[in-house]
Design a protein around this ligand. Structure first.
Ligand SMILES: NC(=O)c1ccc[n+]([C@@H]2O[C@H](COP(=O)([O-])OP(=O)(O)OC[C@H]3O[C@@H](n4cnc5c(N)ncnc54)[C@H](OP(=O)(O)O)[C@@H]3O)[C@@H](O)[C@H]2O)c1
Length: 387
């Protein structure tokens, strides 16, 4: 049996569906939230994922919270886990970048991990799968290897705690004789074939911001005389497209490393099957998507003109216009990930995936359109489980 933490999250839910599909029995650690019981949340997720009725029988639910010692489990649930689990997939995490939330991020990503490891050590579990991130690399340049790292600085508390968590998991698993696999995805977006997703941050956020500004100023033009739009330099062209003069500062050759969730799940499955002794595996795209391409896709899909990439030296002496200031404020937290020039090596993951014929698709316009159409249709997640 496999214990999955974070099974109500984007990646954890997809991994749970994959393991069920493979015929595994899973125990999901979940919590109640926003007036919904843990059971209701898991139930609607399994429906959303299309898990067949005969597979749902293989799901056991335990209620718990990472920051509580013993995960706050009922004694019977704790006993079930100790008795039955062979593997743990630790996917739960705080993904907040906000420094003001440091205490909470540390409580979930470090104390929470300690509590899961305590449980692993008390059980018959022999394999520990830790879902980390390629961005444990912190602020550095060049080639990022599939090994434990100690960067001098991080972009945010999320990166820092994930990096510290890798060391913690590594030390504790080595002592306890647990085989540890660390998976480091880059930025994960929706399903490349269906466009479906449960989370609409990272790649989606800049696009959502552009669309939000477009709708805001279009409404101003159509209903309120358009003076706010004019102040920002926004106008409607004769063919109905919206012109938004926004320069986005980018590094030459920089871009964003993105992988679709279906690739991540297949990669996880292959690595889990082949690398039985564990290791560190970067689940990344060998090619970055250029910001220019994301801008082109966004403009084509949403009928926008005027957004362009601008090298840093060309911005000097030409201060940002008001619209650029607004856009940059929204994007601040994601900026480092959009202008990345690093190479994330996959010396260990690559051969396993090649051997299995698993290839990360490039983010083409067709895939982008499927994913963004889905995002808009489900109100960026607000209407996911309705109807
Ligand atoms: N998505 C990406 O692009 C990406 C990229 C690289 C790495 N990762 C890694 O992948 C893992 C999953 O991320 P995700 O994108 O799936 O994030 P997510 O959708 O936000 O899921 C986070 C999960 O953690 C659970 N969780 C958070 N705090 C908890 C607590 N105190 N007690 C119990 N459960 C708690 C959440 O439960 P609730 O549903 O109850 O809140 C949720 O199930 C993380 O470890 C993240 O670092 C993600």
């Amino acid at each position: 049996m496999i214990l999955i933490t974070g099974g109500t999250g984007f990646l954890g839910a997809h991994l749970a569906a994959h393991l069920l599909e493979e015929g595994d029995e899973v125990i999901l650690l979940a919590r109640s939230k926003q007036g919904l019981s843990a059971a209701d949340r898991v139930g609607r997720l399994l429906d959303w994922l299309g898990v067949a009725a005969n597979r749902k029988k293989n799901v056991h639910l335990v209620e718990g919270r990472l920051e509580h010692p013993g995960l706050g489990l009922e004694p019977d649930d704790s006993a079930l886990i100790s008795r039955e689990i062979d593997e743990i997939v630790h996917c739960a995490s705080s993904t907040s970048f906000a420094e003001r939330r440091r205490a909470e991020v540390e409580a979930v990503n470090l104390d929470g991990l300690r509590h899961v490891l305590d449980l692993a050590e008390r059980s018959r579990c022999r394999r520990f799968h830790f879902i980390s991130t390629a961005y444990v690399a912190g602020i550095n340049s060049g080639h990022c290897l599939e090994e434990l790292v100690r960067p001098a600085a991080f972009t945010n508390v999320y990166e820092e705690t994930k990096c510290r968590a890798e060391w913690l998991a590594s030390e504790r698993c080595a002592k306890a004789g647990l085989r540890l696999s660390i998976y480091r995805p880059s930025i994960v977006y929706g399903h490349s074939e269906t466009g479906r997703s449960l989370l609409f941050n990272a790649l989606y956020y800049p696009v959502r911001t552009a669309l939000f500004l477009k709708n805001l100023y279009e409404t101003d033009i159509r209903e309120r005389g358009g003076w706010r739009a004019a102040e920002m330099g926004v106008r409607l062209d004769g063919d109905g497209w919206t012109v938004m003069p926004i320069r986005i500062m980018a590094e030459d050759g920089g871009g964003v490393n993105v992988v679709p969730v279906d690739f991540f799940v297949r990669a996880f499955g292959a690595i889990r099957e082949r690398a039985v002794d564990g290791g560190i595996f970067q689940v990344v795209n060998s090619r970055r998507t250029r910001i220019e391409d994301i801008i082109e896709y966004t403009q084509a899909l949403f009928h926008i003109r005027g957004i362009m990439v601008c090298p840093a030296q060309d911005m000097e002496g030409k201060p940002r216009n008001a619209l650029e200031e607004v856009f940059e404020t929204y994007l601040e937290a994601y900026r480092p990930y959009l202008r990345d020039r690093r190479i994330f090596g996959a010396e260990k993951a690559g051969p396993i995936l090649d051997d299995k014929g698993i290839r990360c698709p490039d983010l083409t316009f067709d895939i982008f359109k499927r994913c963004l159409d889905y995002a808009v249709q489900c109100g960026w997640g607000t209407r996911l489980f309705r109807g």
